[in-house]
Design a protein around this ligand. Structure first.
Ligand code: DX5
Ligand code: ZN
Length: 218
């Protein structure tokens, strides 16, 4: 299954409600939360998440680029987050963090920065619904895709297949028509796209194009 996840980081914040409604054909929405500490930027928080959740029934993947993410799990679950994706670099115990998310009745995922190896985390994939490979340094939209992270995707794909798991492999950063095929061929299931979707004149058409290019490359 291929999932296209528009990142509302690239939406028009003065028209966020109507922008969200421009991508009814998306499989889920990606919500980037930044705290100015874990990453050198700020985005939005629980109130904006709640507002987005109020205008759409779409699944909200919460990308928590924040320190001490566990402290915020209950807040983002209550605000409408459907999956809490925290960074392994931000928590001392990623398995315990995943368990805390599940105890709140939401899905769990962990994200890894481009420079973080995946091998130490392969044995804990059974504890999360999604693993997110960052293909840019987290913090800003519109950056250049880093193809070298696809080696981690291939390792994950083999491990997930070998272990008979259903963990979704997501990729985040620099995904566009020109880069999505190589990510799909490497084994990515879920593709986050900010500027490629909301920077387009026709965001829904951009979602459809990304999906068909990914499907063709798989
Ligand atoms: C970056 C964010 C991404 C961002 C991707 O820190 O995690 O989700 O929105 O934006 P694009 O698709 O423009 O690279
Ligand atoms: Zn993100």
């Amino acid at each position: 299954m291929i999932y296209i996840a528009p990142s509302i980081l690239a939406a028009d914040y003065a028209a966020l409600g109507s922008d969200v409604l421009k991508v009814p054909n998306a499989d889920l929405l990606h919500v980037d939360i930044m705290d100015g500490h874990f990453v050198p930027n700020l985005s939005f928080g629980p109130d904006v998440t709640r507002a987005v959740n109020g205008v759409t029934d779409q699944f909200l993947d919460m990308h928590l680029m924040i320190e001490q993410p566990e402290k915020w799990f209950a807040t983002y679950a209550e605000a409408g987050g459907d999956r809490l994706v925290f960074h392994v670099e931000a928590t001392p115990d990623h398995v315990a963090a995943a368990r805390q998310a599940h105890e709140l009745g939401v899905q769990a995922g962990f994200a890894v920065k481009p420079g973080t190896p995946i091998e130490p985390y392969l044995d804990s994939l059974e504890h999360v619904e999604e693993v997110m490979i960052m293909s840019v340094e987290p913090g800003f939209g519109g950056q250049k895709f880093m193809p070298e992270v696809l080696d981690k995707v291939r390792v994950l794909r083999d491990h997930i297949a070998g272990a008979g798991l259903s963990t979704i492999i997501a990729i985040d950063g620099g995904i566009a028509e020109a880069t999505i095929a190589q990510a799909a061929a490497a084994g990515v299931d879920s593709f986050v796209a900010g500027s490629a979707v909301f920077g387009s004149d026709d965001p829904a058409a951009a979602v459809d194009t990304l999906r068909s290019v990914a499907l063709a490359a798989r």
